[in-house]
Structures are given as structure tokens and as C-alpha cells.
Ligand binder design. Structure first.
Ligand code: AMP
Ligand code: GLY
Length: 427
């Protein structure tokens, strides 16, 4: 069968790479893809952008089903458009995507369904927002209401900084709103599940590193690296997350007439203390897989992923299981000069080691220009390795990073540090 993956980042490369290993898959088209998905054995980039172009392509090529990577096409209604025309697609509908595309919708939904999250208020008036900030004090968190490609959140250390964020976000466009919420303490983790509207299938746990520099310092980014599993999420915590967060969310959406299909990503803050009593709060929901969390997650899938999606798009996810590699997978993201502020583009990738069974280089911001691999900015590559421990996965990933080169490259040297103590204790 032929499949279509929408998107062009590292997440989509990892999805397409794993799907292409299925014996039943002849070809995976990626729209628009990147330099890593261009011309592989069974991978092919297609330059399609609009929903109409994607629809015609899927119909004309006899695509068995489509998988949507990023949030933007989901929020635009690509899933609704495909289904209206009888085409199979895995992703959240436009209504369900509001769980990510509107912070205000997500917060009000959580309040309605008693899903734990930081206390908040929403404002469209800067003076009222600032008055509220003054009564609350700092630290405090200011979030733009709409999709902001990971740039709409400011964790402000002072009220002045929070006020400046309000001015910027409310000035940006008319009718805009901000959510102001309490600043939570603890350790963050990602928790991602698949859903077909009825059945929930949790993926392996994962954790990413959002800050640009070692020791979790510097500005927030889309993600500088990730690993799976996340030792923080013990079996006891896993059960609580399903019971207290994921089940009420999926069932709450169904009760509101919005059956949830696709990936649901909960960004969680886990408070200190014993597993039975520590706080679990939702920082955000995403209606898609995480990037870079997907890269280590895909490395660990041993089952035929094309079969799992086929069951999911046919409402038969209850028949699916995923077999996970017991090893640790860890991905190091290499970014362009001046990321995230104004990343440089056009650098030539002069050294790139070959992929191996235990180490794969997923591309994100790359393209092939007459056979020359060049950076297109932002997150360029995610070097992802498997190992029997965090330390071994780190050693393999960083050895490959050393063999990779483009001018202006930057990466963190400590991906996985939070998981090291737990991993060492097991080996
Ligand atoms: P979001 O896009 O909502 O996940 O926010 C991006 C990042 O901001 C999160 O990964 C956290 O590091 C931080 N953040 C968001 N909300 C809060 C909060 N209420 N308390 C502390 N940190 C937060
Ligand atoms: N890695 C964070 C995200 O995908 O939103």
C-alpha cells in the first residue's frame, strides 16, 4: 500500500522511516518532507501544501491512509476535509484540535472536567491583565491564546516581564487573548497516546529538553533532544496519568460531542513527593506527536507501525498492540547558528555518518540542492541512538554527532541527564 505523511520535520521523517519498514508498504510520500525524506528507497517527497492539493493527490495515487504530523493542518481542518470525501486519515478534527489551537478552550475544558492544571484567567484587555498580574505577583506564566509555534509562552520572573509579554501578545493582532496562569514547580514529562475515538493506546513514555543550553539554561526552544522511556513515569504514575488526565480528557471530549481521533500529547508537570501523592498538572495539550519525542519513540517500535495505523483509521485500535524495544532511545538535536532567535539557513552539511541499526539521523531543517545537502534553518538534524542504558545511548548518539558537521552548528552536550541516575541504578 501507499501512504502519505503530512509535514516536513524530524517527527515526520521518523514516522515515514518506520512506516517504510513495513513489508506491506510500497511507498511513503511526505508532503513536503525534507532533505532526509528525499529519494530514500521507499520514501518520496511531494511538493503539496494546500488541503485541496493533498486531497487530489491522495485520491489520484490511491493512498491507503494519510497521517498528519504538525498542528497547523489539523487546526485548518485537513482531517474533516479528507473524511468528508471518504478518504482515510489519522489525526484530530478541527474541533478536537482546539485543545491545542486555543489555550483558553483547553483551560476551560480542563476546568469543566476536573482535569488538574494551573489556576488561570483569560484576558483581551491589557489593563485588566496587568491589574491581575499585579495582584498575583511573580513568577507567573503568560500564554498567547492561539497557535504560536512554541513561541507563545513566557515564564516571567517579574511582574514587569509579564506585563511586557501581555503588551506584545495583545498587540500582535486584534481580537487576541492571553491566558495568565500560576507558575508550577516540578519536573516536566511528555505523555502521548493514540486514539481512534473510542480506544486509547498509550505510546512509550518520553521526555524532552526545551532549553537551548546545557543544564536546562537559555531560551525555550521547540526541543533540543529527547529520550524514551522517561524513568520519572513509574508504573504507578503511569496509571495515575491515565486515570486522572488522559481518560477524563478523551471521555470529556466525547461527551461534548467531539470524539477524539489522532495523537493526544499531554505536557505534564510532576510535583515532588511519593508517586501516590505527587501533583500531576497539565501544562499544555497538543493534538499531535511531539518533536523531538517522536524520534526516540519511533526507534523503539518493534511492531509493524503501518498495521497499527490501519487499525486506528478503521476504528479498530482495540485490536492493536505495540511491541517496544526495551532499550533506551535518545535523540540529540543539532540546530542552526542563531537558533531560536533568527536561525541562519543555507549552510552545507559537509559530514554525515551513515545510518546504522542502533543510530539513525533524522532530518528536519534540511533540503537537497542539486545533490548537496543544505540547512534550511532551525532544528536541522536529530541524531537518535539506541543503547542498553542512557549512558550507552548517549555514547552512540554523541559519537555520531561528532562525525556530523555544518557551519554554525549547535547542540546540547547533556541530553538525557535527568534519566542518568535511574538508568545507572538498573544496570
Ligand atoms: P506550553 O507551550 O504551554 O507547553 O509551554 C511551554 C513551556 O513553558 C513548558 O514546557 C514549560 O516549560 C513552561 N510552562 C508552561 N506553563 C507553565 C506553568 N504553568 N508553570 C511553569 N512552567 C510552565
Ligand atoms: N517537544 C515539544 C513539542 O513537540 O511540543
Amino acid at each position: 500500500m501507499k501512504l502519505l505523511v503530512i509535514g516536513g520535520g524530524g517527527r515526520e521523517h521518523a514516522l515515514a522511516w518506520r512506516l517504510a519498514q513495513s513489508a506491506r508498504v510500497q511507498r511513503v510520500y511526505i508532503a513536503p518532507g525534507n532533505g532526509g525524506t528525499d529519494g530514500g528507497e521507499r520514501l518520496e517527497n511531494v511538493a503539496l501544501t494546500s488541503i485541496d492539493e493533498l486531497l487530489s493527490f491522495a485520491r489520484n495515487q490511491g493512498i491507503a491512509y494519510t497521517i498528519v504530523g504538525p498542528e497547523a493542518p489539523l487546526a485548518l481542518g485537513v482531517v474533516d476535509a479528507f473524511r468528508d470525501r471518504g478518504l482515510k486519515i489519522f489525526g484530530a478534527t478541527q474541533a478536537a484540535a482546539r485543545i491545542e489551537s486555543s489555550k483558553d478552550f483547553a483551560k476551560a475544558f480542563m476546568a469543566r472536567h476536573h482535569i488538574p492544571t494551573a489556576p488561570y484567567q483569560t484576558f483581551d484587555d491589557a489593563a485588566k491583565a496587568k491589574a491581575y498580574l499585579t495582584t498575583q505577583g511573580a513568577p507567573i506564566v503568560v500564554k498567547a491564546d492561539g497557535l504560536a509555534a512554541g513561541k507563545g509562552v513566557v515564564v516571567a520572573a517579574t511582574v514587569a516581564e509579564a506585563c511586557a509579554a501581555v503588551d506584545r501578545m495583545l498587540d500582535a493582532n486584534a481580537g487576541s487573548r492571553v491566558v495568565i496562569e500560576a507558575c508550577l514547580q516540578g519536573e516536566e514529562t511528555s505523555f502521548i497516546v493514540m486514539c481512534d475515538g473510542k480506544t486509547i493506546l498509550p505510546l512509550a513514555t518520553s521526555q524532552d529538553h526545551k532549553r537551548l543550553r546545557d543544564g536546562d539554561q537559555g531560551p525555550n526552544t521547540g526541543g533540543m533532544g529527547a529520550y524514551s522511556p522517561a524513568p520519572l513515569v513509574t508504573p504507578a504514575l503511569h496509571n495515575r496519568i491515565m486515570r486522572e488526565i488522559i481518560n477524563p480528557t478523551i471521555h470529556g471530549m466525547a461527551r461534548e460531542g467531539i470524539p477524539y481521533t489522532g495523537f493526544l500529547y499531554a505536557g505534564l508537570m510532576i510535583g515532588a513527593g511519593p508517586d501516590a501523592t505527587r501533583r500531576i498538572d497539565v501544562l499544555e495539550f497538543n493534538c499531535r506527536l511531539g518533536d523531538p519525542e517522536t524520534q526516540p519513540i519511533m526507534m523503539r517500535i518493534k511492531s509493524d507501525l503501518a498495521d497499527v495505523f490501519e487499525l486506528a483509521v478503521n476504528g479498530r485500535l482495540d485490536e492493536a498492540t505495540i511491541d517496544w524495544d526495551r532499550r533506551v532511545a535518545l535523540g540529540v538535536v543539532m540546530v542552526a547558528e542563531n537558533y531560536p532567535a533568527a536561525p541562519r539557513t543555507g549552510d552545507i552539511i559537509t559530514q554525515l555518518p551513515a545510518d546504522r541499526d542502533d543510530c539513525v539521523i533524522f532530518h528536519a531543517g534540511t533540503r537537497r540542492d542539486n545533490g548537496v545537502l543544505k540547512t534550511t534553518g532551525g532544528r536541522v538534524l536529530c541524531v537518535t541512538a539506541l543503547g542498553d542504558s542512557v549512558k550507552r545511548a548517549q555514547a552512540t548518539a554523541y559519537a555520531a554527532v561528532q562525525q556530523t558537521h555544518f557551519d554554525g552548528q549547535h547542540y546540547r552536550g547533556d541530553i538525557g541527564w535527568r534519566a542518568l541516575p535511574a538508568s545507572e541504578a538498573q544496570t
